[in-house]
Design a protein around this ligand. Structure first.
Ligand code: THG
Length: 282
């Protein structure tokens, strides 16, 4: 069964055996001073602009994160989610470390959202999963627990299984759990990329779970980051990645995802690739 999330105008399905979809990451003040400033002053016009730009660029789901110093997330996150939804009709991925802010955003979201995120930590599972059940959303589960991020695929898979089992005990079905296999800086540990890829492969092939990942951490501390990110994204898609959290306004990234979907036989007659390409040309 695929994971399904819904917005005002679109329903997005993804999972093992299906094309990798794009989650747009640009509504996030991390490292973006201008966006942080607007969020701090409560001026959310920039959220509408970033939402529309990412949709035009090819995003299928929009991640919305407003976490910055001096931003009252419980107030601003629901507003930003509402604006991103109203201006694009796309499904929203509600991204916050603040449970009250997630609850507030879920309470105004009239469709099926993706919540970002829960971890394998008891405290996180106990607070987030009841909300996911109450609002009938899907959830991203990070492969991290009280002991940190494991450096083996088997230990990450164990955390994924714990999250899925706990979700099921709350009545959340497994297709509503999307496991983040976590990309870390390969410059700090050159085995790290392979651990992430192996985790994706096992979860996809053996456990039929949906997976996700933000690719950009992999290149931290290196030159030519965009090239490294896209190379890693290609490998992750071959390993089975269901949803990529990326900057969709990087055209090379979009073409990387579409190329990999085509080359892994997830795009019959190259329909998705060619439709995207034709739309770009006009
Ligand atoms: N997994 C999950 N959620 C996530 C991540 C993940 N959410 C946040 C993050 N990772 C993905 N989003 C971003 C957002 C911004 C940046 C990277 C990932 C980023 N910003 C630039 C910087 O910091 O320099 C600024 C870019 C710009 O100005 O255009 O890198 O892994 N589940």
């Amino acid at each position: 069964m695929p994971t399904i999330v819904t917005g005002k105008d679109s329903e997005v399905k993804f999972g093992p055996g299906m094309p990798t979809i794009i989650i747009g990451e640009r509504i996030n003040p991390t490292g973006r001073k201008k966006l942080a400033k607007h969020l701090q002053s409560g001026d959310l016009d920039i959220v509408e602009e970033e939402a529309k730009n990412q949709q035009l660029a090819g995003a299928e789901i929009l991640d919305v994160n407003v976490g910055a110093s001096d931003v009252e997330e419980t107030k601003i996150l629901p507003k930003a989610v509402e604006i991103a939804l109203a201006s694009t009709g796309l499904p929203i991925c509600i991204d916050s470390a603040n449970t009250e802010a997630i609850q507030a955003a879920l309470s105004i979201y009239p469709y099926k959202a993706l919540v970002n995120s829960v971890t394998g930590e008891e405290k996180s599972l106990d607070t987030i999963l009841p909300l996911v059940k109450k609002y009938n959303s899907s959830i991203i589960g990070l492969t991290i627990d009280e002991k940190g991020i494991p450096n083996t695929a088997s230990a990450r898979v164990k955390i994924a299984e714990k999250i899925v089992n706990r979700a099921e005990s709350y009545g959340i079905s497994r297709e509503n759990v999307v496991i983040d296999c976590l990309a870390l800086a390969a410059s700090a540990d050159t085995k790290s990329a392979m651990v992430t890829l192996e985790t994706i492969r096992i979860l996809t092939k053996e456990l039929s779970l949906s997976t996700t990942m933000g690719a950009s951490n992999i290149s931290f501390g290196m030159p030519q980051r965009k090239i490294i990110n896209n190379a890693f994204l290609s490998m992750a898609i071959e390993a089975g990645l269901s949803a990529a959290i990326v900057d969709p306004t990087q055209e090379a990234t979009l073409y990387t995802v579409l190329s990999c979907n085509f080359l892994t036989d997830k795009d019959e007659f190259a329909t998705r690739f060619l439709n995207f390409h034709r739309a770009k040309k006009v």
